[in-house]
Design a protein around this ligand. Structure first.
Ligand code: ADP
Ligand code: ZN
Length: 736
């Protein structure tokens, strides 16, 4: 017996090996093995089982990593498709369906260090130590107080010292450190089950559709329901139904910040089968991920809740795949393979005959288009469950100088007054800052004008070095203006503020208020989200300042005011999706206000009060916005009316990157069939990142797969300088 394998690191080469008698019975397609390649042993995936091989001097498979094939054929097929569609090497695609933690079968059980006091410690000993090494004394005292032994990490936390201090104590002979194995369970708390509610008629109709889809899967369902319309209730029942029919359920949620509340809700609803739920997200330790994955692989888990990469969870007999907040950008992977988990869900559901349920209060333009054109079945929940009214949204025009408050700078007077009023009443507020990495569009603070490409209708990017503004879709370029082209005010500039700055300003204005900040920088610890959100929920925080992270899915009954500090920033990203994103974000953020008994209020600060994104969001008019946005996309030939591929080249030598990009653009244009447009090579909006210069070439045409094949064939025949790196993004979400 022979096998054809794909090593994890062998540049797409398929190699043949003989399977020794010892494990001939266990090797199948999808098995993970270790094979000798030259002088090394490499982990590899079995792609094919062969009766014979005509390779001369064929070598033996050295080792079988797991007795059961680790990649099911269906997932291997998915990887093959992904490699072709997303234009990435097959081994990259294959690796992505297996978490690192299980890929080479080498994750050991989890261990932790326990510190134990070595013998009696007298008060004199402690006093002496205090003089020589006060931190060691603190550490020792923490151990004594804990009864003589404690996990090092825990003890270090209690004593407020680094873990290394315990090593120093060990050297002194005062403490012994031992390692012990621990079982991992990231969500080991018990939850109480919530009582079921009676569905309203819209929800009944939605369940009927879900039932039909599970019975005879065909079209994915787009569940379009405003925040608080009871979508999650539908998810919960759909999962229950799948599991009761003996099938499995996969739920994707967009972000870790959402996971605590969502996971809690799922776990409590399924507390009777708690051991059958697996949770996969990016904050798990390697060991935890390993354990959860094996729980799914072995068939013990019937329900999987997880982020993007969970779309490859090795569940069998899938009944339903649910994608919550399907419009979320975090479903798109930003390294190869650059897949969109929402789209993979549709594909996987189709292939494994599972129902697919995509839910959102603000569906993506792509999904809305699919629903309109009959590719998806549209199911609506138009009523909020409790008949609560949507919050009142007020737009504050920052161009009027009188609005700007002298001490706040970033906080206008009306927003400041509103905060003051809510604080006085003991209610809570959220201050939201739209921060998308960076801002390089040019915005006039006097009239709100933004420099745009005349042909592509996206914001032009300001490039400081050359003092020019550039369109990175078509390559159009012009000198950066010194005064606003529209009103001649010299106040044209590019702006960006950080959450930290807002937090400081708010602290200055409201010294007595309890304020917390939530963004990627302040939330690096695993439990930070849960703690901060918990404290906010318990009313221990008055004002929560944050970014995208706090925009979605969270439910805080006592929040009556949401202030959006800079609605514009996202709007002027050099991206045709800027308007859609801003609309979604404003709608989601606004949905955080007035979730309880009290009516909510949303204040939106902006320099462009009449932009459609802001106006439609203000009136809670999703369909109005979609209609207008669809027209814009159609007129300019943007997705979903055309497909796009973005090739980004980066390297340390600017000229070399630019030259390579120009060559690539030329070759692509020469090879492009009719109907495919290839843009000029242009500096990326984010021209320099991490010491690399970046240039881009964009392609547009009717089919992603065709664009992808064209790109691959041209790249394969085009030798790149060694220090120029190429990234291909098919169906890109961000054009940075
Ligand atoms: P969404 O996911 O659309 O934001 P949820 O499913 O979270 O909405 O529902 C919002 C709230 O209403 C939740 O607290 C939920 O338990 C409750 N709820 C959902 N459906 C019903 C119903 N039919 N009757 C009463 N309460 C409901
Ligand atoms: Zn252009």
């Amino acid at each position: 017996m022979y096998v054809r394998v794909l090593p994890d690191q062998a540049a797409g080469r398929l190699l043949d090996y003989r399977v020794p008698e010892a494990f001939a019975g266990s090797v199948a397609v999808g098995s993970r093995v270790r094979v000798p390649v030259r002088t090394r042993l490499l982990a590899a995936t079995v792609i094919e089982v062969l009766g014979e091989s005509d390779v001369r001097g064929v070598r033996d498979v050295a080792e079988l990593i797991d007795a059961k094939p680790m990649i099911r054929p269906a997932l291997l097929d998915l990887a093959r498709w992904m490699s072709e569609y997303y234009c990435c090497p097959l081994e990259t695609a294959v690796c992505s369906v297996l978490p690192v933690a299980v890929r080479d079968g080498r994750v050991a059980e989890k261990r932790r260090n326990i510190a134990r006091i070595a013998g009696e410690v007298s008060d004199e000993d402690l006093a002496a130590l205090e003089k020589r090494a006060p931190r060691q004394a603190d550490a020792l005292r923490a151990l004594i107080e804990a009864g003589g032994h404690l996990a090092v990490a825990e003890a270090a936390g209690r004593a407020g010292v680094a873990e290394g201090v315990f090593r120093a104590l060990e050297k002194r002979g005062l403490v012994v450190i031992e390692s012990e194995a621990v079982a991992r369970d990231p969500y080991s708390e018990k939850f109480v089950s919530t009582a079921g509610v009676t569905l309203n008629s819209e929800q009944e109709a939605a369940m009927l559709a879900v039932g039909e889809a599970m019975e005879s899967p065909g079209m994915p369902i787009l569940l379009f329901g405003v925040t608080g319309s009871g979508k999650t209730e539908i998810y919960l029942r759909a999962i229950r139904q799948a599991v009761e029919c003996g099938r499995t359920a996969l739920v994707l949620v967009p972000e870790i910040a959402l996971t605590p509340q969502t996971v809690e809700r799922f776990k409590s609803r399924f507390s009777d089968i708690q051991e059958k739920i697996a949770v996969l997200h990016s904050h798990l330790s390697e060991g935890e991920r390993h354990d959860e994955w094996h729980k799914i692989h072995s068939g013990a888990a019937r329900i999987v809740i997880g982020v993007r990469s969970s779309i490859f969870a090795p569940l069998e007999n899938l009944g339903i795949i649910i994608v919550d907040e399907e419009h979320e950008n975090s479903y798109k992977q930003d390294e190869a393979p650059r897949y969109n988990a929402r789209d993979m869900a549709v594909l996987r559901g189709h292939r494994e005959r599972a129902a697919v349920l995509l839910g959102s209060a603000t569906p993506s333009l792509e999904s809305w288009h699919n629903a309109q054109s009959g590719k998806y079945r549209l199911v609506r929940l138009d009523q909020r469950v409790d008949d609560k009214r949507m919050p009142v949204v007020r737009v504050l025009d920052l161009r009027q100088k009188s609005r700007q408050s002298p001490e706040g700078g970033l906080l206008s007077r009306p927003l400041k007054d509103a905060l003051e009023g809510r604080l006085a009443k003991g209610e809570q507020a959220i201050l939201f800052l739209n921060r998308r990495g960076f801002s390089t569009s040019m915005l006039c603070e006097a009239c709100g004008h933004v420099c745009q490409c005349p042909d592509c209708s996206v914001s032009l990017t300001y490039h400081r070095a050359a003092e020019r503004i550039v369109c990175h879709i078509c390559g159009h370029t012009a000198r950066a203006p010194k005064v606003c082209p529209k009103c001649k005010d010299p106040g044209i500039r590019h702006a960006g503020v950080g959450t930290q700055k807002i937090e400081d300003a708010v602290r200055r204005i409201f010294p007595k208020a309890r304020i917390a900040r939530m963004d990627a920088d302040s939330m690096t610890r695993k439990d930070a989200y849960r703690e901060t959100l918990g404290a906010f929920k318990e009313g221990k925080i008055d004002i929560l300042v944050g970014t995208q992270m706090i925009a979605k899915g969270l439910h805080f009954p006592n929040v009556t005011l949401v202030g959006i500090v800079n609605a514009d920033l996202g709007l002027h990203m050099p991206d045709f999706r800027a308007g859609e994103r801003t609309f979604q974000l404003l709608t989601q953020v606004a949905g955080r206000a007035g979730r309880g008994e009290m009516e909510g209020e949303v204040l939106v600060q902006t320099f462009t009060p009449f932009s459609p994104s802001i106006q439609f969001a203000r009136h809670h008019d999703y369909e109005g916005f979609m209609e207008q946005e669809m027209e814009f996309r159609r007129a300019f030939g943007y997705p979903p009316f055309a497909r796009m591929v973005l090739v980004t080249l980066r390297g340390v030598m600017r000229e070399r990157v630019e030259f390579s990009a120009q060559t690539l653009a030329r070759k692509l244009r020469a090879a492009a069939p009719k109907g495919v447009a290839v843009g000029e090579a242009a500096p990326a909006p984010l021209e320099r990142a991490k010491t690399y210069y970046r240039f881009q070439v964009s392609l547009r045409g009717p089919s992603s797969m065709a664009l992808s094949r064209l790109t691959r064939s041209v790249l394969d025949s085009l030798p790149m300088p060694e220090d120029v790196f190429v990234a291909v993004d098919v169906d890109p979400l961000h054009l940075l």
